[in-house]
Ligand binder design. Structure first.
Ligand SMILES: Cc1cc2nc3c(=O)[nH]c(=O)nc-3n(C[C@H](O)[C@H](O)[C@H](O)COP(=O)(O)O)c2cc1C
Length: 353
């Protein structure tokens, strides 16, 4: 049966207007990315993973890093850690900051995280994983969700054993990225596991992994019974992929549209992270936006070498002068930020899931 990607669904009482969820990505999912994702059709967006220990201790440099703006909601904030009490405390801070959902990371394969017993390690430690979910569920009134990988080792089926237990412990939705932690991002996501998980739980399941086109999204929804698909890497520097998946082919963006979106993204990121941090942070986005045959390769290399973001902007506008008008339109549609909630918390460890 074909699922209408533009139809709403619910995680308990949180209405999600489309069947596309923008993936949490450490080092990518800044506010500008999430807001852009919502504009291009994502029904739900998620922060990158936030260290619960970091939240507990506070960290001056990153205070105020995460803002929840009205136009990015519904929004999930993802936390990671392995101590139920600390996770509960972090979840309650996240709820106070205005998140619609608290998501727990049981998928991060990065050693810096797994060696602390957090992330994907919890897939093989079901007692602790359930204790974390139960403690977090007790601490907040918003729905609690979990994002998992299939297990630690290749071929592992841990997610099928753990998933129903997490639901019993209080999880109201599960996202499955059906690769093992060992695989990192190699091989293919095995969505036959997603279909099995859907059979086993009575909460909505989100399918993550290798969703790159509308055809693929529809096939995964139809064959797994998942409530929604999650899109990660395909959306990096390419919000148009989200629109294509949700609404059907709108044709590739013009160079002017690409430049306008990139500059808006840069300006918003500077407001969020400050000029200094943004300069390095944004470099990877130049390749993501300007690649895909949109601009010649030397142009990207030239931008990466420029010293200031003002110079990058000027160079971009010189290459696509018509972008200025599109950019002015996009900026006029942005909210003024007065109703932003500054989440008084540090978001810092760059990892994955
Ligand atoms: C750079 C990067 C950072 C990621 N960070 C996170 C994260 O913080 N939390 C998480 O649950 N998953 C994280 N992931 C995993 C994605 O959310 C997603 O499950 C995975 O990339 C598969 O989806 P895709 O094929 O659409 O990219 C990250 C992935 C990438 C590529």
């Amino acid at each position: 049966m074909q699922v209408d990607l533009l139809s709403p669904w619910w995680i308990r009482d949180v209405e999600i207007p489309t069947r596309l969820v923008l993936a949490p990505m450490a080092g990518v999912s800044v506010q500008a990315f999430r807001r852009q994702g919502r504009r291009f059709g994502a029904g739900l967006v998620c922060s990158e993973m936030v260290s619960c220990a970091g939240l507990q201790h506070g960290n001056e440099r990153t205070l105020g890093y995460l803002r929840i703006a009205s136009d990015e909601r519904p929004l999930a904030v993802q936390i990671f850690g392995s101590e139920p009490g600390v996770m509960a405390e972090a979840a309650s801070m996240v709820e106070d900051a205005g998140a619609d959902l608290v998501d727990i990371n049981f998928g991060c394969p990065v050693r810096k995280v797994t060696k602390t017993g957090a992330g994907a390690t919890l897939l093989e430690d079901p007692e602790r994983a359930c204790a974390v979910v139960a403690a977090v569920t007790d601490a907040v009134s918003v729905p609690v969700t979990v994002k998992m990988r299939r297990g630690l080792a290749n071929g592992s089926l841990s997610c099928l054993d753990l998933g129903p237990r997490l639901v019993d412990a209080g999880a109201e939705s599960l996202t499955l990225h059906p690769r093992s932690a060992k695989q990192m991002y190699t091989g293919e996501a095995d969505h036959s596991l997603t279909a099995e998980l859907v059979e086993q739980v009575d909460v909505p399941v989100i399918a993550s992994g290798d969703v790159t086109s509308r055809a693929r999204a529809q096939a995964i929804l139809a064959t797994t019974g998942a409530a929604a698909v999650m899109v990660g890497r395909a959306a990096q520097g390419n919000p148009w992929a989200l629109r294509e998946i949700v609404e059907g082919d709108a044709g590739p963006p013009t160079r002017e549209e690409v430049v306008a979106e990139l500059i808006l993204f840069m300006r918003e990121t500077v407001r969020e992270l400050g000029e200094h941090r943004s300069t390095g942070f944004l470099k990877k986005f130049y390749g993501w936006y300007l690649g895909r045959g949109r601009f010649p390769r030397p142009f990207k290399q030239e931008l990466v070498q420029l010293e200031t973001l003002d110079e990058v902007e000027a160079r971009l506008l010189a290459a696509a002068p018509g972008a200025a008008e599109i950019l002015a339109g996009l900026e006029a549609d942005q909210p003024d930020g007065e109703d932003d909630v500054v989440l008084d918390l540090p978001i810092s460890i760059y990892g994955g899931g």
